[in-house]
Design a protein. Structure first.
Length: 295
């Protein structure tokens, strides 16, 4: 929700702390333009409050600083920190401690976001109409019978989800938002593979789901799938991936970052699903392709 902060405001706060170091709250907000007529100080205050609650910032004796572990991830260069911020913000927002009150409407930290991402990533991305809140909310109402568990109840919630899923790498912009988690999955490839050069495809899916629990098999995704009506939502068969996750794997394969391989018909694998729920391609293993820099 806008009252939880805006990502562009978060960027400004991060850049200020990287350049200036820890600052008293008032001085930090002033450095970010809180006293300027063109700046709404409410957005600065709300963004700082929310991301302090989520653990990105710490406040001691009125002085605001980056949490030590997060500061080391962002580095000391403001431009580099801005590039790294979406990955860090995504990890914080999806962290278990920020989603413990998953179904509660108040004081749920980032659970609203996780619920929204889980639901929209479970849809058929080729049939989903994201042109308006009304179309998205109508679809949700046919799938979620329990009104207390509906996510996109108004334009504000939809606009918030649309904005943050673009920034966090779960969608692409355009005339309509295109649901596509490729950027998010790409960021997690080093952690997913770790020291392994190749993984059985089901293990790859499990590790991605552990890192991005809003995707197939992830803890938050399973909670959402439990409340969806099968009469209005196509539940993927065993070994079949959602169209969103399928799209990400296919794009990463075409980018040359991974290689999807089918080594044996007898081994368990996964099946990517494309337009009109048609099988796209099957694979038993996914191999990571090292770049020239070894990243």
């Amino acid at each position: 929700m806008p009252s939880d902060g805006l990502f562009n405001v978060l960027i400004v706060l991060i850049r200020a702390l990287i350049r200036l170091g820890p600052k008293p709250r008032g001085e930090l907000l002033k450095a970010c333009g809180a006293d300027l007529e063109a700046v709404d100080p409410k957005h600065l205050s709300q963004s700082l409050t929310r991301w302090t609650e989520l653990g990105l910032f710490v406040v001691e004796e009125g002085v605001v600083a980056l949490h030590e572990s997060h500061g080391s991830q962002l580095g000391r260069n403001a431009d580099i920190a801005e590039v790294r911020l979406p990955k860090l913000a995504r990890e914080i927002a999806l962290a278990p401690e920020n989603n413990a009150r998953f179904w509660e409407s108040e004081e749920n930290r980032s659970a609203d976001l996780s619920r929204g991402l889980s639901w929209i990533l479970a849809q058929d991305v080729y049939a989903l109409d994201t042109s308006s809140h009304q179309k998205v909310a109508t679809l949700e109402s046919t799938q979620v019978a329990d009104g207390t568990k509906r996510i996109l109840q108004n334009d504000t919630r939809w606009n918030g989800l649309r904005t943050w899923m673009l920034y966090l790498g779960f969608a692409r912009g355009g005339a309509q938002v295109t649901i596509d988690p490729t950027d998010a999955v790409r960021d997690m490839l080093p952690a997913v593979f770790d020291l392994d050069e190749s993984l059985p495809a089901p293990i790859f899916v499990e590790r991605v789901a552990a890192a991005l629990p809003v995707l197939d098999g992830g803890a938050y995704r399973l909670k959402i799938e439990d409340v969806l009506k099968d009469s209005n939502w196509t539940r993927p068969a065993d070994g079949h991936l959602s169209t969103a996750f399928s799209r990400a794997i296919q794009r990463l394969d075409r980018e040359g970052l991974i290689a999807a391989e089918k080594k044996s018909d007898s081994e368990d694998g996964i099946l990517l699903i494309g337009v009109d729920q048609r099988p796209w391609r099957s694979m038993t293993h996914i191999r990571r392709i090292q770049t020239k820099k070894g990243k």
